[in-house]
Design a binder for this molecule. Structure first.
Ligand code: NIG
Ligand code: FE
Length: 406
């Protein structure tokens, strides 16, 4: 057994069985000051006030938190970190006035990453992806959803998902894989979107499922990409092959994607930079987690999602980094938390719940991660002594992470 002693504040305690927080509950973060936590075989065994800490003389390994905070590692339920190279040329194009949508319409954007990925070996892609995973772990993220979607041919989508599988097998982080063949229409199908959707449904999804390479199926349902009708078809093909829907929706326009996602019991509907009361109503009482990505609003200069409106309507929200080369080249969840507080006006407690328990829910792992709960993974961040939870989004760039246990 391992025991963490001298914890200044143990943050993010959630009772067993609670899988997500909604509405007012998003403002609650339970903590214990002067605490201990024990774990065994990587699972949280016990925790409580320091006075109840078991006798530490019996050969257990002791970790001294030296008065720092301990909280569950962040979960990141939406990333595209399996990509080759970078796209800073487009960064410059954006500085000079082109929008994300204009770059995509000229055949750049996702298709540029797809060309580069095609030329990159599996080993090289694995190395680059693992580099990003390790960078994220060091910044406090312990669980990562990773999407395909830069292959855009059956062969290259499988190549990406094999790399993600290898990352899952070799990284200490909890990894979940999403098939996103409908991220853009592959170059060979320019002008033949219907045939590309046929390929996704009839060839890619069966091939991915046959090899057991994905947990989820996702579609970029937005203006200039895939329509709600095409999205329905793709999600239904995924469901038939055992994949759970997630969705990109309402980034560029009110696309109808939220409603399509909810109709197919999507685990999450993501982006939501542009939402109206219709989307909020569609999500009420449903199992789908709205997931917002303020890093892409920041990077692309888009509006920020109406997180407060969702929460005051009784819904929960999750936050994710969207780490990718085109709209959010950062996987730092401390920055995501800071943007949620500064730009979306969430309280630090709401942002914390959105980056931990609700983020775990949005990647289907809130039974094993995302909170301090007996039996869950002891994936933990130990910080320097901090004055309060609010310090994390307030001073998000300071080097306050002392150690991660994963
Ligand atoms: O979530 N919006 C679609 N996909 C990504 C961007 C991918 C890219 O530009 O490479 C996103 O923002
Ligand atoms: Fe995305």
């Amino acid at each position: 057994m391992k025991i963490i002693k001298n914890i200044g504040e143990l943050i993010g305690i959630v009772p067993e069985g609670v899988r997500r927080k909604e509405g007012d509950a998003m403002s609650e973060v339970v903590s214990i000051k002067d605490a201990f936590l024990s774990f065994d075989n990587g699972l949280i065994q016990d925790f409580g006030p320091a006075g109840q800490c078991p006798d530490t003389s019996s050969g257990d390994e002791i970790i001294d938190a030296k008065g720092g905070m301990v909280f569950p590692m962040f979960c990141d339920p939406h990333t595209h970190i399996c990509y080759a190279g970078s796209r800073e040329q487009e960064f410059i194009d954006k500085i000079n006035g082109l929008s994300y949508a204009e770059i995509a319409a000229r055949g750049g954007g996702i298709l540029n990453s797809s060309d580069l990925l095609h030329k990159t070996s599996e080993d090289e892609l694995y190395g680059q992806t693992m580099g990003r995973v390790n960078e994220m772990i060091a910044k406090g993220t312990g669980a990562i959803e990773i999407k395909s979607g830069y292959g855009l041919t059956t062969e290259d989508e499988i190549k990406m998902l094999k790399v993600i599988k290898r990352v899952k097998e070799t990284s200490p982080a909890i990894i979940r894989a999403t098939f996103l063949g409908a991220h853009a229409v592959g170059r060979a199908f320019t002008g033949r979107q219907r045939e590309y959707v046929d390929l996704v449904c009839e060839e890619m999804i069966p091939a991915v499922a046959e090899e057991g390479l994905a947990d989820f199926v996702d579609v970029f349902c937005d203006e200039g990409f895939f329509t709600p009708e095409e999205t329905s078809r793709i999600l239904e093909a995924g469901i038939r092959h055992g994949l759970i829907p997630k969705i990109h929706a309402n980034e560029l326009a009110c696309s109808g994607g939220v409603q399509v996602g909810v109709a197919h019991d999507a685990l999450s509907v993501d982006h939501l930079e542009r939402t109206t009361q219709n989307e909020i109503e569609a999500l009420k009482g449903k199992s789908t987690m709205p997931t917002m990505l303020p890093g892409s609003s920041f990077f692309l200069g888009l509006p920020y999602g109406n997180a407060k409106g969702f929460i005051s309507s009784g819904l929960g929200i999750a936050l994710a980094s969207d780490y990718n080369p085109g709209s959010s080249p950062s996987g730092d969840m401390r920055f995501v938390m800071a943007l949620a507080c500064i730009k979306m006006r969430l309280s630090p407690e709401q942002a914390f719940n959105a980056c931990t328990l609700n983020a775990a829910y949005a990647m289907g792992i809130s039974d094993i991660a995302g909170s301090i709960t007996k039996g869950k993974r002891a994936n933990l961040v130990i910080t320097k002594p901090l004055s309060s939870l609010g310090f994390i989004p307030y001073c998000y760039q300071s080097a306050f992470i002392e150690k991660v246990i994963i």
